[in-house]
Design a protein. Sequence first.
Length: 130
Amino acid sequence: MAYAKPIDYEDASPEVKAVFDEIKTLRKVDDVNNFWKFLANDPGTLRRTWESIKDIMAPGALDPVMKELIYIAVSVTNGCEYCIASHTASAEKKGMTPEMFNEMMAIVGMANETNRLVTGYRVELDESLG
């Protein structure tokens, strides 16, 4: 059961409505998803999170699909079903193919396996790694 209740647009404060409006405009959607509605319980967290995501996911050295793939990979590793669903949908809109998803999942699986092996064996860094 959720700890808080989502804040719908019609019940939101002017500060929250301003963030919701910006999200809807930038993402070209009719409504914000539940993540934002739950964060609206704390307008400061809502604004800060939106500003950070907007900044991090903006065009940069990594292309938009790559950024979404990384977000999915971290979400899979952290077990966040909501983020997996949200960012998979976003990645698909930005051009992610099933082949890209499958390759990314193979990397996630391998990285998690080898990370556990290194941790379990307590493998020390060696000179070849610089």
